[in-house]
Design a protein around this ligand. Sequence first.
Ligand code: VAH
Length: 317
Amino acid sequence: RILVTGGTGQIGSELVPALREVYGNENVVCGGHKRNPSEDLIEAGPYEVVDAVDAKAYAEVVKKYKIDTIYHLPAILSAKAEENPMRAWEVNISGLINALEIAREFKCAIFVPSSIAAFGPNSPKWKTPQDTIQRPRTMYGVTKVTGELLCDYYYFKYGVDTRGVRYPGLISYKTLPGGGTTDYAVEIFYEALKNKKYTCYLKEDTRMDMMYMPDALKAAIQLMEADPNRLIHRNAFNVTAMAFTPKELAEEIRKHIPEFQITYNVDPVRQNIADSWPDMLDDSCAKQEWGWNPEYDLPSMVSDMLEKLSKKLGVSY
Ligand code: VAH
């Protein structure tokens, strides 16, 4: 059985149904905490409240359902983490240590996402290599590098089957992200459909790696199913699908909504964070070691996002 903690978050709320599709509803437990679960998450299969910081409760759920694979997703994202760094350390690291100790004790395989945030201002920005300097200056980035090192430690020291990917900004229409720096790339679609205009908190030429949620889910499931003998790396693989700027995204949206207007009101905190991240990752190791191959690029993501979100919001364009 599989347990997804952070199961009601931006990734979790779509990873749970995707895993249930593959492995069967009863075999995937949704562990939620911060946000309440939607009806379909509860109706389709087992749901438990799991606060990752509460090791005892976390272990109880793993024992109760005889979990053999954990997708550990709870995290406070980059912008929010700068407002409350100590809380971010507690959730992102104490929560992770609990998960790794439980994976060690109950012999679970465990997926832990890292992020492009695990790179810093002096990491190569273009075609950022799989193995390169990682000196992030955000607390979120510090917790992501620490998380990668802890996951590798549990693999080399205890043989725990730990695997992860460095996600770029994730774009989805089901659950809003919370407190991230790449969130503009999600908000812009809601504003484009509702108001035909959006004020962006990043400069127009801020280039960042991005990925559409269906590809992010595919990466998580594919990596956990990969033949371990092919894996040279484990925590965590660079993965990307596209890299665009707010200007380029707005131009693509205008192909569907010609009157859409974007204006800029830069937030220095999030601009600083975005400027410290890569512009485009090199994900050749993921391609070679476990067949990573994203489906969505900028044009196909934009047309699918607008189509699906307009239905969800009940607005036409
Ligand atoms: C954030 N969406 O903005 C997250 C992610 C790479 C960005 O880690 O913090």
